[in-house]
Design a protein around this ligand. Sequence first.
Ligand code: B12
Length: 487
Amino acid sequence: MIILVNPRATKPRNRRFPLSVMALAAVLEGRESYQIVDGHVDENPVETIHELIRTQHVELLGVTVMPGPQMAAAMNICRAIRQLHPKLPIVWGGYFPSIYTDAALNARYVDYVVRGQGEETLLELIDALRGKRSFDGIQGLSYKDMFGLHRHNPERLMKGPDAFPWSPFHRVPAEKYLRPSFFGKRTTAHHASIGCPFRCSFCGVHAAYGTRELLESPARTEAILRHLKTEYGADSVQFYDMNFFMGENHAREVARRIEPLGLRWWCEARVDIFNRYSNETLEALKRAGCTMIFFGAESGSDWVLKEMQKDITTEQTVAVAERTREFGIIPEFSFVIGNPRDPERDTRETLQFIRKLKKINVDSEIIIYHYTPVPQRTGMYGEIDGKVTFPSSPEEWASKQWMDFTLRIDPNTPWLTRKTKNLIDNFEVVINSRWPTVQDIRAPRWSRALLKSLSSWRYATRFYAFPKELRLAQQFITLRKPKQESL
Ligand code: B12
């Protein structure tokens, strides 16, 4: 038996289908005996795994690991299992080990790392563990050799989603993953592509997958969503793709196919691509249920956008604010502030720009992050980002300093002064109070009204310093949803 583990990454009430392990389960289905253990629905995953190992012939523990709290949870699970069952091989896959491969392998409880797309690498690893092939020919695999040295096999060329079977939804308690959200009573999640062709300097996707994107066929997207609707009653969906919209024809075809399903949906898109679409296409998307789109606006300064290699302009973001208002789609603009080259100017200009966007489209949702670098394949911010030395073990990554870095709460980067960081944080508190997010479905109406009235003088006078009263009010009366990650 193979055990696939999705360590807890978020509060159970925010859980969605564990897509990473379900994608792996899809290729094991009908071919291997396996079990999924998800920390979002299982109170004690260590106990469950221990029990499975005690009662079955378990050959491999596969753990999906995203940077942040999920990494810390994975570390605790694997440490405990290694102690109880020292001989059981453990493999990590997902964004954390794909980007920080050596740090993952430095852990005593990690034997193998699968980098990037995992389906075929996992199957080949199982064969190698059974002595049917050697480890060194497995693309995308990293491991420790008999001397404990790290071996990194060549990359694996990724394949599009259609190359693999559907996720086996019947093998998880699907009922538990359809949760209420702003979009509906039973919101599901879907990923209709793999990779991203862009090279934004702060994003982890190209660091893990390279710079290609392969899309699922619209027919398959439709079929999977139809299944989720008819079998499990899904009424809304969050598409987790980095760029749900690419070619205009593709977007129209997806819209045409999913419109009859009557789902309300959220997705991520780029401002340049959205702007290229005709009015007819935007109407079709709206008709198909498109309710909110997350855009990585990133900065209010064109010079910063250039440095980030974002390949968009502030003018395009302004146009998106206007067009989404026209078509009744809520834009969610995400910013990554505190650029290494001139963080003060970047912050000043971006805060001003956010105010401008709110004026153009008051429904715009604003998400603010601090800029944090990721190790790059291609140089990016080069010598400046190079000042950051990344941790060399999961334990170090789990420290408060690095957890704050990962969650972009406090990047602690040498270029960001406390004064500028405080300005960004205070502005965020004020703007989120002035316009509380519509996505916080548990916040009662009166609490929104109170926050708005408490903060309006600050927003009007641009007095953001020490918003203690707002922080207190936010803590007690609103329950914000976790931030979505940036494009
Ligand atoms: C969904 C998601 C979340 C959800 C997770 C919900 C859940 N179900 O648990 C939530 C909202 C909680 C979340 C939070 C965060 N996330 Co997140 N998230 C994503 C997102 C949008 C999709 C991931 C996904 O499901 N992909 C689909 C699956 C099928 O693909 P996959 O995960 O890559 O899995 C494949 C391979 O990686 C591999 N694989 C994966 N696991 C394993 C395990 C084994 C054993 C093997 C063999 C192979 C393998 O095989 C799989 C199939 O090919 C990605 C961006 C993206 N589009 O990928 C960001 C992303 C992973 N998140 C990211 C970040 C930064 C975060 C946060 C830190 C953001 C923040 N500031 O708060 C938090 C913290 C996470 C935590 N709490 O631990 C980054 C990570 C890279 C980085 N920059 O460091 C990403 C890439 C976004 C980005 N653009 O940078 N996230």
